[in-house]
Design a protein around this ligand. Structure first.
Ligand SMILES: [Zn+2]
Length: 128
């Protein structure tokens, strides 16, 4: 290991980072390491948001396992993941999708947990 410097892009603080001897790092790589270790408020919040996104991937993999979903579900999963990514980066708060009789809504809560709601709008009417 050797030590070098990286700058956290959120607070501008220069930090000493430990890197492997036999690997090349660009300044961008070093800054990313600094940012991932920085204890400023924004860096730690971003870490929590990235962790939440990781949890979302897990949740969607469980709900839509790649080996057993159809083409339609593949697209829904892809969109939910893309939206989740934007939510974890704070660009959007929630998204709603409709596909056939199903409605999907995904949001990021104040506690930084993702909430997926699936509603089946199929209405059964019987008359005699
Ligand atoms: Zn920082």
């Amino acid at each position: 290991m050797r030590t070098t410097n990286g700058v956290c892009k959120y607070c501008g603080q220069m930090r000493i980072v430990q890197v492997s001897e036999d690997k090349e790092y660009t300044q961008e790589d070093l800054d990313r390491i600094a940012e991932s270790e920085c204890d400023c408020d924004i860096a730690s919040m971003m870490r929590k948001r990235n962790e939440a996104y990781g949890n979302l991937e897990g949740m969607l993999d469980e709900r839509f396992p790649d080996d057993s979903i159809d083409e339609k579900e593949k697209h829904i999963k892809k969109l939910l993941l893309a939206a989740g990514k934007e939510m974890s980066q704070m660009y959007i708060d929630a998204i709603g999708l409709t596909s056939g009789k199903e409605k999907f809504s995904l949001s990021l809560t104040q506690k930084l947990t993702f909430k997926l709601k699936i509603t089946n709008t199929e209405t059964e009417v019987q008359e005699t």
